[in-house]
Design a protein around this ligand. Structure first.
Ligand code: 5AD
Ligand code: SF4
Length: 449
């Protein structure tokens, strides 16, 4: 038996791939380790989206040097977007790294580990030409939770000017619907009740390959017996069709929740970002969504301080956030990325100004989040129970006390639920609750008797 530790940075796609690493190496005798120190092999699955994420990857592998110095049979691999972007350069920069696994080399991981461990050779595999045979059957079942992810496509063809994804993840490629439905079916049979379909731009699913479109895929997945909830991420506003909007009212399993990255509220900035929509188009799509599905929860991503963003452009972002009143916002300071076009743009916004704009935006959103949290109190909603709450909540605003279960609302808010008197709650059930109290990042609720 050998021990494997995977350190994951970045998006849900990386989380999904890290799970694949465990499953691919299980037939070679690798079992999960609790920490890098107790592992024989450590893989850092990295993210290149912003400079900060990249720094985090290098500082993590840097710390592994001391283990390697003590144990020559300890091996280190670097996977994911930084591995793809930097390739062999990493071996020179970090001589203690044994292999580089590019984003299209995932399925070759067992052979690569074999070469590294048995032959003592270092390997770099950043070939992007081979299609990913995603549907391949694996001997090991994934660890089953209540909620899980299924990749429906990889790569991106959009080339937003700030973004590194098309360079490190390659061109858009969709999996056949049969393979996706089969994977969902297997997961549901193993106890999963909620599936999130993953892709960089799910709205263009299947278009290139002439496959059924995304709303049709949603319908097929929703038909899997036993699946209670369905979500997806991420959508591009330019491709958000009326058909997909209608799916929110037509497919009962589809959660009333949409993450729709706007990036900026200024049409001029959006044009330089190559987003291919205007502020007005985005607002019109949101209005239509709310018409079809009035209780939809909305989330977004915003970049502040994109090159050339004026104080007036930034005001437009603030006013858009105020108009839409999102349930959640992920906000980022613009970061230059090698390869991405905007790295060569002039009029860079100074770091200090970016930080101040970020703080202003977050303060605005925090106020909105607080008001929305307060407005939840007294409402009845359904919660999918994901586990027992390991910690008692007393002292954190919980006056009722007692053991609680933790789950999420359709809007993806974490809720700690107290079972109703004489009723039982179990993991994997969808229960009706009344919200009692809003805490900073979660809600307290009682099961409706
Ligand atoms: N700088 C800052 N934020 C970025 N994002 C993508 N590229 C950059 C960059 N160069 C943000 C976008 C995207 C999210 C995943 O990360 O908002 O939607
Ligand atoms: Fe990057 Fe734009 Fe593709 Fe999203 S749609 S991955 S932001 S290029």
């Amino acid at each position: 038996m050998k021990f494997l530790y995977v350190f994951t940075i970045g998006c849900q796609m990386n989380t999904y791939d890290s799970d694949l690493f465990y499953r691919l190496l299980a037939p070679m005798g690798y079992v999960p380790a609790d920490s890098p120190e107790t592992a024989d092999l450590v893989i850092a699955n990295t993210c290149a989206i912003r400079a900060k994420a990249e720094d985090k990857a290098f500082s993590f592998i840097g710390r592994l040097q001391t283990i390697k110095a003590q144990r020559p049979d300890f091996h280190i691999g670097m996977a994911g977007c930084v591995a793809q972007q930097e390739g062999a350069k990493i071996l020179a920069r970090a001589p203690y790294v044994d292999f580089i696994l590019g984003t299209h080399a995932i399925w070759r991981l067992p052979e690569i580990v074999e070469t590294v461990v048995r032959e003592g050779r270092r390997v770099v595999d950043v070939d992007m030409n081979e299609a990913l045979p995603e549907a391949r059957e694996l001997t090991e079942r994934p660890a089953s939770g209540v909620s899980d992810f299924v990749t429906i496509m990889r790569g991106c063809d959009n080339f937003c000017t700030y973004c590194v994804v098309p360079y490190v993840r390659g061109r858009e490629m969709s999996r056949p619907p049969e393979a996706i439905v089969e994977e969902v079916r297997r997961k549901v049979a193993a106890g999963v009740r909620e599936i999130t379909l993953l892709g960089q731009n799910v709205n263009s699913y299947g278009q290139k390959e002439g496959l059924p479109d995304f709303p049709e895929l949603l319908r097929r997945v929703a038909d899997v017996e036993g699946l209670l909830r369905l979500r997806f991420a991420t959508s591009h506003p330019k491709d958000l069709s009326d058909d997909l909007i209608r799916a929110f009212s037509e497919i009962p399993q589809l959660c009333h929740h949409l993450h729709l990255p706007v990036q900026s509220g200024s049409t001029a900035v959006l044009a330089r970002m190559n987003r291919k929509y205007s502020r007005e188009h985005y607002l019109e799509r949101i209005a239509r969504l709310r018409e079809v599905c009035p209780d939809i929860h909305l989330g977004t991503d915003i970049i502040v301080g994109f090159p050339g963003e004026t104080p007036k452009d930034f005001e437009e972002t603030l006013s858009l956030v105020e108009t839409i009143r999102y349930d959640g916002v992920f906000a980022f300071a613009y970061s230059d990325r090698p390869n991405a076009k905007a790295a060569g743009f002039s009029d860079k916004v100074p770091e200090k100004e970016k930080r101040s704009r970020l703080a202003t935006l977050l303060e605005l959103q925090n106020g909105i989040t607080r008001e929305k949290n307060e407005a939840c109190v007294g409402r009845v909603t359904d919660v999918l129970v994901e586990g027992k709450n390991p910690r008692r909540m007393e002292g954190r605003g919980d006056t009722a006390g007692g053991d609680r279960f933790t789950g999420r609302t359709q809007g993806n808010r974490v809720v700690h639920v107290l079972p109703a008197k004489g009723r039982e709650i179990s993991v994997g059930l969808c229960v009706e609750v009344r919200i009692d109290r809003a805490l900073g990042h979660s809600l307290l609720a009682t099961q409706v008797a």
